[in-house]
Design a protein around this ligand. Sequence first.
Ligand code: EPU
Length: 321
Amino acid sequence: MHLDVRCKLFAEYSTTEELSDLLNSTEYRQNRSMHIGGGSNLVFTRDYDGMLLHSQSRFINITDETADTVTIEAGAGMVWDDFVKYCIAHNYYGAENMSGIPGEVGASAVQNIGSYGAEVCEIISRVHCIEKATGKAITFTSDQCRYAYRDSIFKGEYFNRYIVTSVEYTLSKVPQFTLTYGPLKALGQKTDLTLQNVRETIIAVRNSKLPNPTETGSVGSFFKNPVIPENLFTALQSTYPAIPHYPAGNGLIKVPAGWLIENAGLKGYTVGGACVYPKQCLVIANTGNAAPDDIVALYKHIIATVADKYGIELHPEANII
Ligand code: EPU
């Protein structure tokens, strides 16, 4: 988010042995702590009076291979998009729609990142962790991680209990593409479609809608897309016939928060240095000098305005600390 906030202690490690030493250190034991990935989905509302931990484990190994699939283990500190590039370079199918998502491998498994018709839980097979309290290694299968839309057991019941050390992903060696998202549909006509073509299209869509994280502070989507009961949706649709919507199962309907925010007149709305990003209203951007309080005041204003207009409560997708 490009905010001027600091932590008291910052600790990095490259191996599980180093992590174990860290968990036994006086500094760790005497301070509150939190593990971060690339930090791209975090909003610190003030300085952090404790220890932030960060993995520098960036290995990549093939752990299993069949005629049709390959299973790859990647260190939690590997940059997610470097993993995607590796898969594309080796013609492994399944990660390409998630090209360009900021952040790291470890966080991909916590956050269940997703974009353009794909969610990382579809390719995760196992998540390797260390329990913070005991230092013991434990492996979770994808089912045990209880993945849902931008959610996992690591954000709920097991919040702050485990540190992800590596993730195993199973990808297809047989060409298979997911081209359901609007701008990707046209690629289905191409007879010689490659993973690189998909990546380039996705990067172009991202660049047209989302701020470049190295230039402009943001956390990507600030809010989750709300999922509402069908009767509430039908009532909304009669007032707003153009409202985009997607079935979310169990009689529920998902509506894009970006549309709700834009249609509430908040496009470009600014508080201090924080603004509703005009090209994608789901994003809060730091225009250069935002204070944490500007971000907080803006996101609370968005929640209140949307609740007032539609009777829908938005929930942050970003982790606000
Ligand atoms: N829309 C508007 N105005 C806006 C933004 C969106 O009217 O300002 C409308 C669009 O026209 C479209 C619909 O809302 O009809 C959906 O928009 P879009 O395809 O851009 O996707 P999204 O639902 O806004 C989600 C993810 C993004 C992901 C895209 C593509 C969430 C919270 N966000 O956004 O993820 O890139 O789909 O798959 O699920 C992220 O998590 O940080 C992120 C960027």
